[in-house]
Write a protein that binds this ligand. Sequence first.
Ligand SMILES: NC(=O)c1ccc[n+]([C@@H]2O[C@H](COP(=O)([O-])OP(=O)(O)OC[C@H]3O[C@@H](n4cnc5c(N)ncnc54)[C@H](OP(=O)(O)O)[C@@H]3O)[C@@H](O)[C@H]2O)c1
Length: 327
Amino acid sequence: MQVAFYGAGAIAERHIDALRRTGKLDVAWLASRTPEHAQALAAKKGITRWTTDDQAPLGDPAVEAVVIAYPTFRHAELIQRAVAAGKHVVCEKPLAGSAADAQQAADAARAAGKLLLVAQIRRFWPAFAQAHEFVHSGVAGSLLRATVDFQTEWDWSGRGWRVAERGGYMLDMHVHDLDLLLWWLGGPPRHIWGAGENRAEREATVVLEYPDRYARLEFCGRVAGRKYPTGALTRYQLLCERGRMEIQVASEVVVEQYVGDTQQLARHAAVGEEIRASWDGMWGAMAAALTEGAPAPVPVAQTVDNVRVVLAAVDALETRQVQELRT
Ligand SMILES: NC(=O)c1ccc[n+]([C@@H]2O[C@H](COP(=O)([O-])OP(=O)(O)OC[C@H]3O[C@@H](n4cnc5c(N)ncnc54)[C@H](OP(=O)(O)O)[C@@H]3O)[C@@H](O)[C@H]2O)c1
């Protein structure tokens, strides 16, 4: 299947390489805003056509799907144009820059009968998929609490649209962790509250409150010496009625799983191997959905929820008021 690829930025090459490794997809067009960027990436990747006109690939009947790796605030409008032109869409996370835009994009894809697949890559890390299996198998009883603690030292002052647009740091970065928490907990919480600042250089704690349990995301962006990416540390912990799972991500991924006192799983992997496996896993599942009618690996409604939850968390930090999510 031929796809058109939108974006020549930081994440574009990873997608192009991984989608090609499936052996089922190839890139017919490369679109970007700046001609030199489109041309340079197309030449580097051996893609025959490049353009700065986003509409041009949509008019090509040989293109059956588009992959969107444009800035988040541009996703929803381009998704709507693509599905209206009869193309399936794979879109980078987060689905959109506002909950209304996310819902409109999802509705447009459904109305057009086209797939909308959002690249929530973390679900495809073997460690995080093992955590999902651990919780949903029920082997250790119900999940009581899930926490994520991210520690690094970094500066986002030069990161352009990522900090200038609504949602800022948390929408761009921690949509990954909130997606995992919602996936493990089975959906969005009823209430969200928190304290701190939505800034990569500072710290915050966000609590997702469910009727009978809670989840927590916390980050600190000024842990001396923990330079992102290789020095950053994230700890994930899932406590169940009769067991627990812990995942630590730094230069190594360390996974431990217990039922009672008995260790069921202990695994170490270099973080690069885990990431490479996640890209192959994600694009393998995307390609199967696009070309063989396999189910969407990440249901689009869950990715709309991700945007709602992250932005409610941002509101909770900014207003210092508990946010209630309407169902
Ligand atoms: N899964 C992950 O781990 C991961 C990692 C990074 C990014 N992402 C996501 O991928 C998407 C793209 O991120 P990126 O890091 O690749 O972005 P980036 O480096 O800023 O690149 C953005 C691309 O979009 C183009 N573009 C089109 N309209 C634009 C506009 N109005 N302002 C700025 N750029 C515009 C740029 O064109 P020109 O350069 O030609 O001007 C460039 O090709 C985002 O949704 C982001 O959240 C995901």
